[in-house]
Design a protein around this ligand. Sequence first.
Ligand code: OGA
Ligand code: NI
Length: 353
Amino acid sequence: MAPTKAVVADDHLALPAGGKNTPLTNTIPISTAQTDIHGLEIWEGTLPIIDLGGLHGPCRSDTIKQLGHACQHYGGFMLKNHGISERLLNGIMSKAREFFHLPEEERMKLYSPDPTSLIRLATGFKDDNQNVFVSRESLKFHCHPVENYVNLWPTNPPSYREVVSEYCVAVKRAEITLLEAVFEGLGMERKSIDQILDNHGQYASLNYYPTCDKSNLGLTFGLRGHTDPTILTMLLPDEVPGLEILQDGDWVPVKPIPNTLIVHVGDVLQGLSNCRYKSLLHRVIVNSEKERLSIASYCYPSNDTQMGPPKELIDDDHPLIYKDYTYEEFYTTMWKQRLPDAARLDSFKVSAA
Ligand code: OGA
Ligand code: NI
C-alpha cells in the first residue's frame, strides 16, 4: 500500500490557552458524573482507570460499559494492563530522551515545516499575535504499517528503529482491542466497525518539553489548549506532571501513573458517535526544574473513510448531527480553518449552512 499522506496534528493548530478566562469557541462541557458503573475506579478525581485485560474474560461487558462511561463523561481514561511490557515502555522513553539529547544540528536534519512530510521534526516557536511561547519540540512520523515507514526513521541514536517499531506495533495492538470495544459499546454494527478499522493509519509523536527559564514561565506553554483530530490518542507520559485537561471549566492536572497510558477521545470519535462522546480538551504546562517527555500515538482513519455517524446510531432520541464527509475533507478543512478544537467539526453539521 502506498504511504498515506494524512495530516494529523500540528502545534500551529493549538491556538488559545482556553480555560475560564478565555473560553474556546465550541467547548462542549464534559461533566464528570457520579457513577454506579460496576468496578469503575477514578484516578484522583480526574479520569477513570480502565483495565484493558478486562476485555478478555468474563468482565468484558462490564469493561465495555466502563469504557462508554469514560468516553461519554470524561472524554478519556487511564489505561492499565494494556499488554505493552514495562521493558518496552522504558525502552521507547529512553530512545526518545536520547534523540532529544542529540546535538541540535543532528536533530535538525529531520526538520520540516511541511505537515505532509512522512517524518518531521517540529520545533518550539513564539506566537507573536498572542505573545506566548510554545516550547514543545516533537518528532512526528507515520508508522502503520511500520514496514512502509521505518526506512525513513533516524539511525541515530542506535537501535532507534528497532525500539520505536516494536513500540508502535504494540501500541497499535492495544489500540485495536480498545477501538473494537468502544465501537461495540456504542452499538455499531460489524460492517461499520470494519469500514473504519480497514486501512486506518497511525501517526506518532515523540514530544519533548524542555525546562523553562523561571522568568518566562508565565508566557510559556508546552502545548496550548486543543483537542486531537484523531479517533483516539494513546499517550505515554514520563513521570513528570504537565498534562492538564479541561474539566467543568477548570484546567486539572493529570498525574501520571507508572506503566499506564492516557487515552483521549479525539474529534473523529466525537463525529462518528454523533456527539455521544466528546473530544478531550487538553494542554501541557512546563516547569523550570525538569524536562518532560511523552509519546503520543494518534489513530486516524484512511482518507476516504466516511465519517458521518453510522445509521444504527441514529434514532428519534439521537437525531443526526453530522452529515457524511471523508477524513480527507475533515483534515483539509482543519488546515484551512486553523481551529484548535472540535469546532473543526461544525462545518459538517447537518444544521450548517
Ligand atoms: C499531543 C498532546 C500531551 C502531552 O501530542 O497531542 O496533547 O502530554 N500531548 O505531551
Ligand atoms: Ni493533544
